[in-house]
Design a protein around this ligand. Structure first.
Ligand SMILES: Cc1ncc(COP(=O)(O)O)c(C=O)c1O
Length: 402
């Protein structure tokens, strides 16, 4: 090993931090712990038998191409399927508007690589997805948080902040929005709020990143329009992924954007990984073509609805007065707010002693606030353990309450 590793690190690498969540998640690996911590899909939704069938078919019918390098844009069969899926949702797109990514986390890295110079501002929700914040910070972004209410990011606060930044000649590179069943808050942005946010982006001539891994996981209520569709003028870059609606292990996601922006993504991705695995893309494309994707997604939604209901009922039964939580109409998460004086990091360690885990809420706040909040995942835990887990968590909270 060289004597001075620190001395040769780039400024960017010196600023990189390991994800707080990933470090905490290591502590929750003990099988006795009921973990509401990770954002993991339920393994019982993984279509293993169908994938054995589809994988053999791909190898037999298209093996050479599947095992060869592929194009950076992505497998055209898969892109065609994605174009088709999104046209059904009102997206006016063609093949040129779609690039496959090695799941959405790569999209988050690439968007920062493309747009961010050190010190550039990016607007994020308070709270926002930690992996996004981490990707942006690695490129030296200066994250500016905007408060939430029940309808998502507050448009009045966004407008105020952008007016201030414009005065300083320091407008952000883009606005990061997770509109559907947000990670971590479980909140869905209303159509009215989406329109307000788009109008503000247009007023200041800004791009919006619409990161939407959970949109298809709706259990009830009315589907809200995609910001990409509501805008229709190329201000929105939309990210999708198979991670939460099919399997995360495939690492397949996609960027949908104006052709000029997709071209920038292609250039940035080329130097990152040349292409996403053609083999995995072909298996995914065939899986969708055969109708298995829609069939399995319906079952996943039913299972998660049931898991959400079990969790909500347990919350109603056990949580003490003074604790509030979001009631998501879909997705994987709900968000707890404790009385102001409480600190969820202290609770985290007490909860581990009682064999239950969650994620502390302040890691999702780019301004380091939210100490009295926590994220709870309901998709992963087996149904028969949810109630016991919530009971344990409620006991820990009660003991720490004044
Ligand atoms: C909002 C959001 N964006 C992106 C990701 C990354 O997903 P993946 O890289 O598995 O597609 C996640 C994962 O939890 C997420 O919640």
């Amino acid at each position: 090993m060289i004597s001075n590793l620190q001395g040769v690190l780039s400024a960017a690498a010196k600023g990189m931090k390991k994800s707080a969540i990933r470090e905490l998640l290591k502590l929750t690996k003990n099988p006795e712990i009921i973990s509401f911590a990770g954002g993991l899909p339920a393994p019982e939704t993984f279509p293993i038998e169908q994938l054995i069938e589809v994988t053999s078919e791909v190898l037999r019918e298209d093996g050479e191409a599947a095992l060869q390098y592929g194009s950076t844009e992505g497998d055209s069969l898969l892109r065609e399927e994605i174009v088709q899926m999104y046209r059904e949702k009102g997206f006016d797109i063609s093949l040129e508007n779609v690039m496959i990514t090695t799941a959405s986390q790569q999209g988050l890295d690439l968007i920062a690589k493309i747009f961010v110079d050190r010190g550039d501002k990016i607007i994020c929700g308070l709270p926002s997805y930690l992996g996004g914040l981490q990707a942006f910070k690695n490129y030296g972004a200066d994250l500016v948080g905007i408060e939430f209410d029940d309808a998502g990011m507050r448009a009045d606060k966004l407008d105020e902040k952008l007016t201030e930044l414009k005065g300083l000649n320091d407008l952000p590179k883009f606005i990061y929005i997770i509109p559907d069943f947000q990670n971590p808050a479980g909140v869905t942005m209303t159509n009215a709020r989406r329109k307000e946010i788009i109008a503000i982006a247009k007023k200041f001539d800004l791009l919006i990143l619409e990161d939407s891994p959970y949109k298809e996981l709706r259990f009830e209520g009315k589907e809200q329009e995609s910001l990409y569709v509501l805008d229709g003028e190329g201000h929105v870059i939309n990210f999708g992924t198979f991670s939460k609606i099919f399997v995360p292990g495939f690492r397949i996601g996609w960027v949908i954007a104006h052709e000029d922006i997709v071209n920038q993504f292609v250039k940035a991705k080329q130097a990152t990984d040349l292409c996403t695995s053609p083999f995995v893309q072909k298996v995914a494309a065939k899986y969708v073509q055969k109708g298995y994707f829609k069939e399995n997604l319906t079952k996943t939604i039913e299972l998660y609805r049931e898991k959400r209901d079990i969790m909500m009922a347990a919350f109603d039964e056990f949580m003490p007065e003074g604790v509030s939580w979001t009631k998501p109409e879909g997705g994987l998460f709900l968000f707890i707010t404790l009385p102001e004086y409480m600190d969820s990091e202290i609770l985290f360690h007490k909860a581990l002693e009682k064999k239950v885990a969650f994620v502390v809420g302040n890691v999702f706040h780019c301004n380091n606030e939210g100490k009295n909040t926590m994220r709870i995942n309901f998709s992963y835990t087996p149904k028969d353990l949810t109630k016991i887990g919530v009971q344990r968590l409620a006991e820990v909270i009660k003991t720490e309450m004044r």
